[in-house]
Design a protein around this ligand. Structure first.
Ligand SMILES: [Zn+2]
Ligand SMILES: [Zn+2]
Length: 236
């Protein structure tokens, strides 16, 4: 419902603080979300040549997932949207992210990308869900499911154990950190057989978590796994 104060009080761009009708102003939208370098089709890392569709890492060690779409790099000031959602509890930012990510997915759908039959957010462990009160990936996935008219199964994947943030670990420790961290709901496993499964998350850091999920989904019969993430961490 509209509040009279919405018409009287100015709104400000989340990224630059200037007065804006939307929570990301046109200039920031163009600068941070439209003018993008090409990305690796599998893992969404920026590519510095138009000659190939895959980065060196995906060429040498192909991941289990098939594609990753990302709106932007995970960097300042874009990270403020994610941090406000995750740690500030500003749930309206999930709508902002969903609108932007939904637009990116629609552009790819219109250019002929194979769309998933079902969507699932990257789950949080029960313990972290209780302490945070919500799963940011679920908050982003819900409006995207409505926009794309693709069913959302929030219980398809379970997170069995808390894992340390992948960014804080040595590359050798990352695989062990997420290994056996997830399972598939036994009553829903038939849904993924032969299907393209879409996984939604706010940020893709190293890709190890999403790779572990894709490995599990394929072991249980998924034909394809498509990752949809708002922001992609660029390797240092
Ligand atoms: Zn701005
Ligand atoms: Zn790649």
């Amino acid at each position: 419902m509209h509040n009279i104060f919405q018409f009287l009080l100015p709104t400000y761009c989340t990224l630059c603080g200037s007065v804006s009708e939307t929570n990301i102003c046109n200039a920031c939208h163009t600068h941070f979300l439209v003018n993008q370098t090409p990305r690796c089709t599998k893992c969404a890392l920026p590519l510095f040549t138009q000659q190939t569709q895959l980065c060196g890492a995906c060429l040498s060690t192909p991941p289990f997932f098939d594609i990753t779409l990302a709106c932007t790099d995970y960097q300042a000031p874009i990270d403020s949207i994610v941090l406000a959602l995750k740690f500030g509890g500003h749930l309206f930012q999930a709508e902002t992210i969903a609108r932007l990510l939904g637009k990116t997915i629609c552009q790819h759908r219109d250019s002929g990308t194979n769309m998933p039959a079902l969507l699932c957010p990257v789950p949080l462990s029960r313990q972290r869900l209780i302490s945070r009160g919500f799963n940011q990936a679920m908050e982003i996935a819900r409006p995207i499911s409505r926009l794309l008219a693709i069913p959302l199964y929030s219980d398809l994947l379970w997170r069995l154990k808390d894992t340390l943030p992948q960014s804080q670990l040595h590359p050798d420790q990352r695989h062990r950190n997420v290994q056996s961290a997830f399972s598939i709901h036994p009553d829903l496993v038939h849904l993924i057989d032969g299907q393209n499964v879409g996984i939604i998350d706010d940020v893709m850091t190293t890709g190890t978590t999403l790779n572990e999920i894709a490995k599990l989904l394929k072991r249980y019969g998924a034909a394809r796994v498509s990752n949809f993430v708002f922001a992609r961490t660029v390797r240092q």
